[in-house]
Design a protein around this ligand. Structure first.
Ligand code: BTN
Length: 308
């Protein structure tokens, strides 16, 4: 409700009377007043005049629960918003909530997790950390492809310099700018919840400068609202397509054209065998060509550029 009141105030330069807000939102004037009080405590400069009503002044958009709710309404997305100052991990949090679907955004994580048991550095101000918790009507056997949909949504949002490092890291040059940790809770045939966690580096990542980059290091401007608008609209449009096609046919060309590994010599991490990366299958597997021309498909794991 607070986000609806805020939206009304953002969209008018005039004073809005308490009774107008109340009737528009079908709540009492006392309830309006209570919500306004909380919005003021959150730092919004709302003038109140008993004769005229409420007016928002010196408004600056800031990332919080209310403004994310306004954005989601604009995008027509039905996700509950959890905006947290601090949390161990937004993915872990997403496993505990009962919502039908949600987005969890944290300003910092004290136990940020990466793929393959790694730590994801999550200091306040240096990155954006969020998780989508959804319950898609997709068979658990193919739901893994959603990680590559996430990578494409990230690539489109970060921009032309970003490349997809199979399966779902985002690189600029030879350094990582964003990563995805997808987790699944399911029964044999039914996805109970799909947890898609995303970390994006905004400013330099301490002690990791040889392997990680960020918006600021790349000279890119980061606007959280532009980012979320682009990421969420792209992600849910692609998820809708995927629900129909049940494969990545509609994305294969884009993924291949933006692949960090495309036609390069690679090793599977932990093995010395050499391959040339030849893109992905329509199921999202990596196509690896051995030196004798034999083709292998890789479903899960990690690749690195061939050591020289
Ligand atoms: C990786 O590249 O290894 C995946 C990194 C994923 C990090 C994000 S930050 C938000 C969400 N919460 C976590 O604990 N991890 C993911």
């Amino acid at each position: 409700m607070k986000s609806r009141i805020l939206e009304l105030l953002i969209n008018t330069d005039e004073y809005l009377s308490g009774s107008k807000v109340a009737s528009e939102l079908n709540i009492s004037r006392a309830a309006v007043w209570k919500h306004i009080k909380v919005l003021k405590q959150e730092g919004y400069n709302i003038e109140s005049l008993s004769s005229k009503g409420y007016k928002l002044s010196n408004y600056e958009r800031k990332l919080n629960k209310y403004e994310l709710e306004i954005l989601l309404r604009k995008l027509g997305l039905d996700l509950n918003v959890h905006y947290l100052k601090t949390v161990d991990s937004t993915n872990t949090y997403a496993k505990k909530i009962d919502d039908k679907s949600a987005i969890i955004v944290a300003e910092e994580q004290t136990g940020g997790r990466g793929r393959l048991g790694r730590v994801w550095s999550s200091r306040r101000g240096s990155g954006i950390y969020f998780t989508l918790m959804i319950r898609p009507d997709i068979h658990p056997n193919i739901v893994g492809m959603v990680t590559q949909i996430t990578a494409v949504a990230l690539k489109r949002s970060i921009g032309s310099k970003a490349m997809i490092k199979w399966p779902n890291d985002i690189f600029i040059g030879d350094k990582k700018i964003a990563g995805v940790l997808t987790e699944l809770i399911s029964e044999i045939n039914v996805v109970e919840r799909l947890i898609v966690g995303v970390g994006v580096n905004i400013s330099s990542v301490k002690d990791l400068s040889d392997i990680a980059t960020s918006y600021s290091e790349e000279g890119l401007n980061f606007d959280p609202f532009e980012f979320f608008e682009s990421f969420l609209s792209n992600f849910f449009e692609m998820l809708y397509e995927f629900n129909k096609s049940k494969d990545l046919c509609f994305l294969k060309e884009e993924i291949d054209n933006n692949s960090y590994f495309m036609d390069r010599d690679v090793n599977i991490v932990g093995s010395n065998k050499e391959y040339v990366f030849r893109g992905i299958t329509t199921s999202g597997n990596a196509i690896l060509e051995e030196l004798d021309g034999k083709i292998e498909e890789m479903f899960f794991g990690e690749l690195s550029l061939k050591r020289r």
